[in-house]
Design a protein around this ligand. Structure first.
Ligand SMILES: [Zn+2]
Length: 417
């Protein structure tokens, strides 16, 4: 009976997920015509294109190596009794109490994966430093790493403690409480992360009064998007790359511009980027992401519960039930696998949403020439591959490529979009 309820709830969640995704994601928005893209590519300086390609060719082995290694470690820990053994050991100093197993066992399992991939992360750092993208010393890089471990430990520790408290006290109905709790956590985090976690890594200061700030606030007002503030992040202490983004919902919403952007780009280009970010706010992309994330996470908890009656899986991991902390390794393996499978779909959705925000910027500013100049500058400063290999773009790219974005501006200028 319990399983029937779970399966029914899962079905309802998936239907809502599909309806929300159908309504809120601009599916029918193919990239700009390929001839326009090739024309744009032709106009980029050849040495810049070559440098971007060389940079990404050097990064590739480390990136895919890390991906593969993470999967292998997760599968080895999750589908052998190794993970259960690790969790048992971690809980031993506390008499094997389930809460100690949940928190410390979770840390132990994640730590193994982090340590194994650490050399690849360090390798990546040497490459981004050599190409002048990163401005971080090894010391600063290590501090960032430790900070992200600490943030992950706090959020992960709370999530694990919460989850296993529920499975402990509601062994039959944990899927229902767990799904609701997980969805709630996703919503909470999307409010809290920008305000609490982002300042751990960067300092944010309100943009100084002046023509640019006035223009950005006027742009937001003209667009009908309430923005609390325009903040500048001190990204230059870490990178030479430029970026801007919008984060937070409702009262925590703000436009954030990297300080690198203000020194490297023309004010009109900053306006163009901000117009793109306002597009995200106006179309409720952060909210959409939060809702889809919450629904997806709730569904994942129920899938986990249903998988828990698959004896083969449990005996691989050497556990009695999927709801005990000793199954954390198995949990991590399933999450890692699901993440890899869902990645290309998420990237596809993201690219379509980004293309819509680009169009918003074009319409709002009515200035495709500056938009194209800004894309060119973003590509140059961030050492993008302006026209990456098609398979890589399909699998992983969260944004349209530089030439796709330049081509979109050209199509818009001709009145085609
Ligand atoms: Zn965007």
């Amino acid at each position: 009976m319990n399983r029937v309820w779970a399966a029914g709830t899962l079905l309802v969640l998936l239907v809502i997920l599909v309806v929300v995704a159908w309504q809120s994601i601009p599916w029918h928005r193919p990239p700009a015509p390929r001839p326009d893209q090739l024309a744009a590519l032709d106009q980029l300086p050849a040495d810049q294109v070559a440098r971007g390609r060389a940079f990404h060719a050097e990064l590739r082995p480390g990136s895919y190596g890390a991906m593969l290694l993470t999967l292998i470690v997760a599968l080895v820990i999750g589908l052998t009794p190794l993970g259960a053994g690790l969790v048992t050991q971690a809980g031993r100093p506390f008499g094997g109490h389930w809460l100690a197993q949940a928190i410390l066992g979770g840390f132990a399992v994640v730590l193994v994966s982090e340590v194994v991939t650490l050399p690849l992360a360090a390798w990546r750092h040497t490459i981004v430093v050599r190409y002048g993208i990163s401005t971080q010393s090894w010391g600063a890089w290590t501090v960032d790493l430790l900070k992200s471990f600490a943030v992950g430990a706090v959020i992960g520790g709370l999530a694990l403690a919460g989850f296993y408290t529920v499975t402990h006290f509601a062994p039959r109905w944990w899927w229902a409480i767990g799904a609701a709790g997980a969805a709630g956590l996703v919503v909470l985090l999307s409010f809290v992360l920008p305000v609490v976690v982002e300042p751990v890594f960067n300092k944010f200061t309100p943009m100084a009064d002046g023509p640019l700030r006035t223009e950005l606030m006027e742009l937001a007002a003209r667009d009908g998007v309430p923005v609390k503030d325009v903040l500048v992040a001190d990204a230059s202490r870490r990178t030479r790359a430029v970026n801007a983004y919008v984060s937070g919902l409702g009262p925590t919403r703000r436009i954030v511009v990297y300080d690198t952007m203000l020194t490297e780009a023309e004010p009109a280009e900053v306006v163009s980027v901000a117009a793109h970010e306002l597009g995200h706010a106006k179309d409720g992309d952060v909210l959409t992401g939060t809702i889809l994330g919450a629904l997806g996470t709730a569904a994942a908890v129920i899938v986990l519960f249903l998988l828990g009656s698959w004896q083969w899986l449990l005996s691989r991991a050497g556990v009695d039930t999927i709801s005990e902390p000793r199954a954390i390794g198995l949990l991590l393996a399933l999450v890692t696998l699901a993440g890899l499978i869902a990645g290309p779909a998420q990237a596809f959705v993201s690219r379509r949403i980004e293309a819509r925000a680009d169009e918003h910027a074009l319409v709002l500013t009515g200035d495709p020439a500056t938009f194209e100049a800004m894309q060119r500058r973003l590509g140059t400063l961030n050492l993008s591959d302006p026209d990456p290999p098609a398979w890589e773009h399909l699998m992983f790219a969260s944004h349209p490529s530089t030439v796709e974005r330049m081509a979109a501006a050209r199509a818009y200028a001709r009145g085609e979009r």
